[in-house]
Design a protein around this ligand. Structure first.
Ligand code: SAH
Ligand code: DHB
Ligand code: MG
Length: 234
C-alpha cells in the first residue's frame, strides 16, 4: 500500500463520481496562488461532508478553521434553502482569500466568516445567542481540539453532529509521546485528549473512520450529541 496508489484511487473516485465544479476548482487555484498551505480536505472528503449535511438535514453549520473556504463550500452544497454557516478563521490573510472565494461562489448571504482565535470567537457566538448548530466541523489548530470540543458541545443540541478532521495522522496518535509537525506542538497529546473527552462525555456517541487518499492516512471523528450509546433497542 502506498501513497501513490491512494492518490491514484482518489483520482479514479473524483473522475467518476465528482463532476467538475468550477467554483471549487477556482477556490483551490486562488488559495494556491495566494500562498495558502495545500491542506484543505480532498474532493472525496468534501463530498462526504456534503452528504453528511444532507443525510442529517442540517440547516445551521459551524466550522472551525476556514483556510480558503474550500470545505466551507462543500458544506454549503449540502444545505437546504435558508441554511447558513458560521466559519471561524484565525489568520486574516486566509480569511481574505476565503472571503473572495466565497463571494465568487455566490455564498456571501449564507456564510458568516469570523476572524480571530476560535477560543475567543466561540464564546462570542454563545454570548450573542448564535446556535445551537446542527453540524459542527472542527478543523482548526489541533492543539486546541479539546477546547473546541467543549465549546462545540455548548453550541450543540441533542442530535447535533460533530465532525473532527485529522484525528489519526498516519497513526502518530498511538504514541502518547508522539510528535507530528503537522499537528503542531502538543498536537498529538491534544488529539488523544479529544478521544478521551468524546469517550467520557455522557450522551455522546462517537467513532473514528480512518481514511487514505491524496492527503495520506488520516481520519474523521464523527460524534452524535445526545445519541447515547446507541443500544436503546437492547
Ligand atoms: N477546513 C479547511 C482547512 C483548514 S486548515 C479546508 O478543509 O478547506 C486549518 C485552518 O485553521 C488554517 O487556516 C489556520 O489558519 C486556522 N487556524 C489555526 N489556528 C486557529 C485558531 N486558533 N482559531 C481559528 N482558526 C485557526
Ligand atoms: C494539515 C492538514 C489538515 O487537514 C489540517 O487541518 C491541518 C494541517 C497538514 O497536512 O499539514
Ligand atoms: Mg484538516
Amino acid at each position: 500500500m502506498s501513497q501513490e496508489l491512494w492518490t491514484a484511487v482518489d483520482r479514479y473516485i473524483s473522475d467518476r463520481l465528482l463532476p467538475e465544479d468550477p467554483a471549487l476548482e477556482a477556490a483551490i487555484a486562488a488559495s494556491d496562488a495566494a500562498g495558502l498551505p495545500p491542506i484543505a480536505i480532498t474532493p472525496a472528503q468534501g463530498k462526504l461532508l456534503e452528504l453528511l449535511v444532507r443525510i442529517h438535514g442540517a440547516r445551521r453549520i459551524l466550522e472551525l478553521g476556514t483556510l480558503g473556504g474550500y470545505s466551507t463550500m462543500w458544506l454549503a452544497r449540502g444545505l437546504p434553502p435558508g441554511g447558513s454557516i458560521v466559519t471561524l478563521e484565525l489568520d486574516p490573510h486566509h480569511a481574505k482569500v476565503a472571503a473572495a472565494n466565497l463571494t465568487r461562489a455566490g455564498l456571501t448571504e449564507i456564510v458568516q466568516l469570523r476572524v480571530g482565535p476560535a477560543l475567543r470567537t466561540l464564546p462570542e457566538l454563545l454570548a450573542e445567542g448564535e446556535g445551537p448548530f446542527d453540524l459542527i466541523f472542527i478543523d482548526a489548530d489541533k492543539r486546541n481540539y479539546p477546547g473546541y470540543l467543549e465549546w462545540s458541545l455548548k453550541l450543540s443540541h441533542p442530535g447535533s453532529l460533530i465532525i473532527g478532521d485529522n484525528v489519526v495522522r498516519g497513526g502518530v496518535i498511538l504514541d502518547p509521546d508522539g510528535h507530528d509537525p503537522r499537528l503542531g506542538e502538543g498536537g498529538v497529546q491534544a488529539v488523544r485528549r479529544f478521544y478521551e473527552l468524546l469517550a467520557a462525555e455522557p450522551g455522546v456517541s462517537a467513532t473514528v473512520i480512518q481514511t487514505v487518499g491524496e492527503k495520506g492516512h488520516d481520519g474523521f471523528a464523527i460524534a452524535l450529541v445526545g445519541g447515547g450509546s446507541g443500544d436503546g433497542h437492547a
